[in-house]
Design a protein around this ligand. Sequence first.
Ligand code: SOE
Length: 383
Amino acid sequence: MPETLNVAVAGYAFMGRIHTAGWAQAAKFFGTPARVTHVIGRNRKNTQAFADAFGIPNVLADWRDAVADPDIHVVDVCTPGDSHVDIAIGALEAGKHVLCEKPLANSVAGAERMVAAAEAASARGVRSMAGFSYRRTPALAYAKRLVDEGRIGEIRHIRAVYLQDWIADPEFPLVWRLDKDAAGSGALGDIGAHIIDLATFLTGQRLTGLTGITETFVKTRPKLAEQTGGLTARGSEERGEVTVDDAAVWVGRTDGGALATFEATRFAAGRKNAMRIELNGSKGSLAFDFERMNELEFLDFTEPAVESGFRRILVTEPEHPYVGAWWPAGHGLGYEHTFTHEVKDFTDAIVEGRAPEPSFADGLAVQKILAAIEDSRGDWVTL
Ligand code: SOE
């Protein structure tokens, strides 16, 4: 085991950028023994500019070069979904630990191949993890603690939505996230995957069956001229077809006897990153909204009705998950901290020789649900 793990990050646009920031912060705030030594990107000029800005010493144009380099110990896959299978499997077979962004792959078959490679690698002590970063939001990690302690009792309802509006303008161009070949699906896989994972993470329950529908409201858009930021772009005069869903809704039953409802959309005008989840149990309720990510609502249903009510817990105390490494109570954390916590937890597992969570198998379970929602078209699908 090297003293410090050398990390190659594949991709630099949005996820690559935030993962790179996460690795740097994890080293500083948690003493995580890892550093980004390489960034991999096909556009030489942009990749170099990113490397310069983030102080990364090496730039690679091809992920195969990272996989072949014995001095690289971790490959962090932050590219669009169509390259996840090849990079992750190539890296695992070469003995690199792999962190891979969600959704794990663009198909169930691809995710199954990744799981097989991850299991074979695990037998050799090579670790892998799926990048469901929201699990590492302190308020959600704390919510899980409360659920595990039985504070809300038996769970009756899981109610989750993930609402964005960044493509609500019909003239927003065809970025890769709107291309089925590159992204696998639309709002469903990009943000729906998060709430599927979170529902399982928080409750420990899995969907046993579901029915769902998807919709593409805007069928054609200007072709891409230039990607100007993580979720911003400039279009050209020519138009092309949107090949993914704009929104999806689904409802299901869990193996723990709960009813679950979900919605994922990029057309919720005014909602920027409103990932909300509410759990109602026999003894209480919990509610969270990522747009207020330092808060958690908790209702204790065992208290007398005359004085019970939702209390707003400010999840900024040093005793709350992850918070002690950061700022004094009340000063709050942001989106990027979830990635810092993610790479910290991943590295801890590598160092301690245990399997990190969520595993690629967890990523495959999400992938199967995404496929079931697409196949359902309003019919019941047993999982
Ligand atoms: C875009 O919809 C996106 O960046 C997702 O890809 C991320 O997973 C989510 O964290 C925020 O929104």
